[in-house]
Design a protein around this ligand. Sequence first.
Ligand code: ADP
Ligand code: ADP
Length: 219
Amino acid sequence: MIEFSHVSKTYRGVRALDDVSFAVGPGCVTGFLGPNGAGKSTALRILTGLARATSGSATVFGRAYAELANPGARVGTLLDAGALHPGRTGRETLTLGAMMIGLPRTRVGEVLDLVGLSGREADRVVGGYSLGMRQRLCVGHALLGRPEVLVLDEPVNGLDPQGIHWMRVLLRGLADSGCSVLLSSHLLHEIEQVADRLVLIGRGRILAQGTVAELSRGR
Ligand code: ADP
Ligand code: ADP
């Protein structure tokens, strides 16, 4: 469902990605792990049409993101926490997100339930939210379109162990219903319980990939 094939990206002489190839199939939660500056965001931005590869191709459902019909609904992406308006409620934030991709308002209530922000919390302004609540809201944005593919850049960043557990249960449930999930992280302990498979990246190159068990046996 997600495929990177020989993707390289150079920014004015800086090689951010070097011949990156890997795939994520349906029902799989894949963790994209590497230190800051390794190239994770660049790869995810290329996949979701926000940046262009210098060479190679990144596809979703066999096509470039920009060639999909209604890509914003079919491919779920995390709302950037920096883009949250502190004076808007959680419900208003997701309602705007739903309008942008042509979805009915009724979907907003369902998503708020799914991310555990129903009831009074949904009608409080985001400025008063905890970090964990903000992160749930950003994940909710990704789920609006009932996407078959989720591309999440650092979704567990800043979550406490309970939040990480919540994320694991949520993503596992989505994967079990056939969704392909790709999430990035720079911390192994944040991601190892969440992901079925890991793809390790360092300095723009894929270093290893496999299940957590395989990688910890050093294969
Ligand atoms: P990560 O997400 O793993 O932290 P990034 O993809 O953000 O890594 O960055 C990979 C490398 O590419 C870094 O050296 C970063 O400074 C560089 N880079 C990322 N975006 C740009 C850009 N728009 N212009 C120039 N260099 C960039
Ligand atoms: P992340 O930590 O999620 O990778 P960054 O802070 O690295 O995010 O990047 C945020 C934005 O700045 C992105 O649009 C990225 O492309 C851009 N950027 C990152 N590194 C550089 C750089 N060295 N020069 C110019 N732009 C950069």
